[in-house]
Ligand binder design. Sequence first.
Ligand SMILES: [Zn+2]
Length: 197
Amino acid sequence: MLRGAMSEEHERWMRQAIAEGELARGGTGDNPWVGCVIVDAQGELLGKGHTQGPGEDHAEIAAAAHAKARGKSVVGATLYSTLEPCSFHGRTPACARSIAERGLARVVIGMHDPHPRVSGEGCRILRDAGVEVVEGICEALVRRQLGSWVLEHHPHDVVRRAARSPEPETVEKLADMYGVDVKTMRTALLRAAAKGA
Ligand SMILES: [Zn+2]
């Protein structure tokens, strides 16, 4: 397939993953409201899911469980996740390992996890296991969708970006990038600065 057609295909499925993630907003506790879809090589949707409550399944696992419940094998399939799969064993096993164990061939992500212990690490685990990883599909949309979560839990991500672009419209631009209003962004930056984030 042509490169352009492939990325259009990726964007189409990522938008479905984003819509799936929206269903989780407000119901995930401290976790981000991530959405996933799993698609086979013929372009058939096998399963979809979003992050459940605290300590429950992350989106990737929910989507795999959905495919299984429908009697669909995910071996060789492509998983679209709005956020990079997690890389460490927290309240639930690491999704990156679980995805590799299930035999998925490819993972397409929107945005890196801003968590300092995860960022890039989930992708590395997947690649080491032989899974193809495509990054940055619909990244701007995903950042806007998860912006208020990033601001609350990983303000360093925003502060780092602010430090890189010191133009006067920075706060407005950042607010737009993270999908929050200007007042919320200003407050978050001030709070982060006071904490020395
Ligand atoms: Zn996870």
